[in-house]
Design a protein around this ligand. Structure first.
Ligand SMILES: Cc1cc2nc3c(=O)[nH]c(=O)nc-3n(C[C@H](O)[C@H](O)[C@H](O)COP(=O)(O)OP(=O)(O)OC[C@H]3O[C@@H](n4cnc5c(N)ncnc54)[C@H](O)[C@@H]3O)c2cc1C
Length: 436
């Protein structure tokens, strides 16, 4: 027999009624003591509860959606604080095919979480009821019911090869996100964003969206491994983009510890300062990244596969005339090696197959990104490289009620702060759309 302990910070009466109604279920006893419970024990308890009646599920829905702090205990007095219970919370669906959501956010990088924070805090006039006064003159009165947008986020599960939290989970220090003067790691920043989204009222599901049907409203959203789609009046697409990698030996070992896919983000970090850096790629981005890196590096070497670049003439001119940039033509990267730190690359001449070592303190990939838009199946207008096209200075797409923010619609800036900015725009635009 288990004992479930609760401490309530809001909604006391409703909660105690609910508790009473579930006390006899599945031989589970509920009381109000706070004790220590292990994660393992709590998982057991959660699965027992999720298998029980709809009332107890309701209780847990209530728990996860209010400011309730709940802890569980067994006779062994183990502990788990449910403020840290995202894993367990994720196991319980907060959606249903029969319910029509106001807004569903797909993606959980800075764009998705900013949209979740904003939509979570928004109250809108959802229902308008007309009533009439019968005395003297018939006068029409409007009653507005203010309701929360109650956003639902699908944070993904290794969608596009990236963990929930997005691209920043693949990097170490972030020096350029305002508000963190002492640096913060990418995973920690994303954990904090997630926590804030939940605090603001967002429901988060660790699932991938595999298909959308945007032919009519409410839109249909198909979740991986779920037979039936869910429905939503609006959708915010924040699925980001994935930096292309080369898959060479040493890449995973030195990723974020000598190898990066973002010069603007990482070029100024101490590990790259005053070092000889290499850039792989021959397009506009590669030229831009190489030029940017010259502000911090002692020297920059570009590895270009062919004897010419894809970059525009103007961009080529910039790198060719920069005394700090050297270009090695007709070469490709074979591997990256070193000890604790990256120290050198093995590169190969694609014409002669001759291999040589290149001593470097850092390597930057500039071989492109893949926007995570395949699941849209052509229903949202994209450019030739798959990036979503948004209208003017907005995040509106070609489908009314569908908004796109962050890297999935931005191939120019590709920064956490710009993604967050457009996430805010999407939330405000979705609110305006739902209110009218
Ligand atoms: C190595 C590296 C270092 C960086 N460093 C910095 C830095 O220091 N400062 C900075 O400002 N920027 C940095 N950036 C750039 C920054 O990470 C991005 O600009 C930012 O993360 C974009 O945010 P986003 O919300 O648009 O998307 P992303 O961060 O790409 O997140 C998108 C999320 O959506 C999920 N998703 C995708 N498809 C689906 C689906 N079908 N269903 C459900 N979920 C889905 C993905 O799993 C992912 O979690 C760095 C990028 C990289 C690669």
């Amino acid at each position: 027999m288990f004992r479930l302990s609760t401490k309530l910070t809001s909604n006391k009466t409703l909660f105690s009624k609910t508790v009473k109604s579930v006390t006899t279920l599945n031989n589970i006893t509920y009381n109000t003591t706070i004790n220590n419970t292990s994660r393992a024990f709590s998982s057991k308890l959660f699965s027992s509860i999720t298998q029980s009646s709809s009332t107890s599920k309701k209780l847990f829905g209530l728990i996860s959606s209010t400011t309730l702090l709940l802890q569980v205990s067994n006779q062994n007095k183990d502990t788990l604080s449910l403020t840290e219970q995202s894993q367990q919370q994720r196991k319980m669906s907060s959606y249903s095919p029969s319910k029509i959501e106001n807004v569903v956010i797909i993606g959980s990088g800075p764009a998705g979480h900013t949209a979740a924070v904003y939509t979570g805090r928004i109250n809108i006039d959802l229902i308008t009821i007309l009533s009439y006064r019968r005395r003297r003159r018939r006068r029409r009165r409007r009653h507005y019911y203010r309701a929360r947008l109650d956003p639902l986020m699908f944070e993904g599960f290794m969608a596009g090869g990236v963990a929930a939290g997005g691209q920043l989970t693949t990097t170490t220090e972030i020096e350029n996100f305002p508000g963190f003067p002492g640096e913060i790691s990418g995973p920690e920043l994303m954990d904090r964003m997630r926590e804030q989204s939940i605090k603001c009222g967002a429901r988060i599901e660790t699932k991938n969206i595999v298909k959308l049907d945007l032919s009519e409203r409410p839109f249909k959203i198909y979740i991986e491994d779920e037979p039936e789609p869910i429905q939503s009046k609006s959708i915010i697409l924040a699925t980001g983009a994935t930096a292309k990698k080369m898959g060479v030996p040493g890449e995973e070992t030195y990723w974020s510890k000598g190898i990066s896919a973002c010069a603007v983000c990482d070029g100024a970090l101490p590990i790259y300062r005053n070092k000889h850096l290499a850039v792989v790629g021959g397009g506009d981005t590669a030229c831009e990244e190489a030029t940017f890196l010259t502000h911090f590096a002692s020297k920059v070497t570009m590895l270009v596969r062919r004897d010419e670049m894809r970059a525009s003439k103007a961009m080529q001119q910039r790198v060719l005339t920069n005394p700090k940039i050297e270009i090695i033509w007709n070469h490709t990267l074979l591997s990256a090696q070193g000890g604790d730190k990256l120290t050198d690359l093995t590169i190969q001449n694609v014409l002669t197959k001759e291999e040589k070592k290149l001593e470097v303190g850092g390597l930057f990939y500039a071989i492109g990104h893949v926007p995570n838009t395949a699941f849209l199946n052509g229903q949202i207008e994209t450019d030739e490289t798959g990036y979503i096209i948004t209208k003017g200075h907005s995040t509106e797409t070609n489908v009314k009620g569908v908004f796109a923010c962050g890297d999935v619609q931005d191939k120019i800036y590709r920064q956490a702060i710009t993604a967050a900015g457009t996430g805010c725009m999407s939330a405000l635009e979705a609110e305006r759309f739902l209110s009218h």
